[in-house]
Design a binder for this molecule. Structure first.
Ligand SMILES: N[C@@H](CCC(=O)N[C@@H](CS)C(=O)NCC(=O)O)C(=O)O
Length: 210
């Protein structure tokens, strides 16, 4: 049994999506970002970083969205969202999951929270550099998908594709959205066509990027 602490459209989005895609039994607890509930003591006991997502896994809190992507794919082999160990597909799956989490997601954090890195007076330059980093990431992901795709790990869909689609969604109001890159646009269109995406959007009350 799982309990997901989430905010609509946030980094919890991919975890929620995978729970639906896998068909895993779960409950949802919405965190009120406007009230900064993620910084309140009750939530900090679960996730001392004060961010979403947190997933209770059999009652124990686990955080970091990419860790939860890997964890859910590994715990539910029947969903076939984690490539077999020791394969080339697994190498690409792990490489890109960690790259998206370690390099691309922090650039988005700078885009959405531009005063965090160096204060309000440097926010414009932080944002501009974040935009360049995100666009560079799309160049490289698109080239990889064109050469080795259609999915991140090759011929088969994996949990990493859902993480990429979430990040692509975050670019929807940037000067260039991820959908300007054709191989990424194809991946995203295929994932958005899945019933889990419609259900996810309905549950989170999302009206953009449908
Ligand atoms: N590395 C973390 C980052 C999570 C993160 O930055 N979450 C954002 C929403 S996308 C958040 O909770 N922001 C609220 C805040 O920072 O107060 C993860 O991937 O789980």
């Amino acid at each position: 049994m799982y309990t997901l602490y989430y905010m609509p459209g946030a980094a919890s989005f991919v975890v929620h999506w995978l729970l639906l895609e896998i068909g895993a039994r779960h409950e949802l607890r919405r965190i009120d970002g406007d009230a900064r509930e993620q910084k309140q003591p009750a939530y900090l006991k679960l996730n001392p970083n004060g961010v979403v997502p947190t997933l209770l896994v059999d009652g124990e809190p686990v955080y970091e969205s990419a860790a939860l992507v890997l964890l859910l794919a590994a715990r539910h082999p029947a969903a076939r969202l984690a490539p077999a160990p020791g394969t080339r597909a697994e190498e690409m799956y792990l490489q890109w999951t960690l790259h998206l989490a370690n390099s691309v997601q922090p650039a988005f954090r700078n885009w959405f929270y531009p005063d965090e890195a160096a204060g309000e007076e440097h926010a414009a330059v932080v944002k501009e550099r974040a935009r360049a980093r995100v666009e560079g990431a799309w160049d490289r992901l698109d080239a990889h998908l064109a050469a080795r795709g259609p999915w991140i790990s090759g011929a088969e869909l994996s949990a990493a594709d859902f993480l990429a689609a979430m990040l692509a969604r975050w670019s929807r109001n940037m000067p260039r959205t991820a959908l300007d890159w054709p191989a990424i646009a194809r991946l995203v269109a295929a994932l958005k066509a899945r019933p889990s995406f419609a259900e996810l959007s309905r549950r989170e009350g999302l009206t953009e990027w449908l």
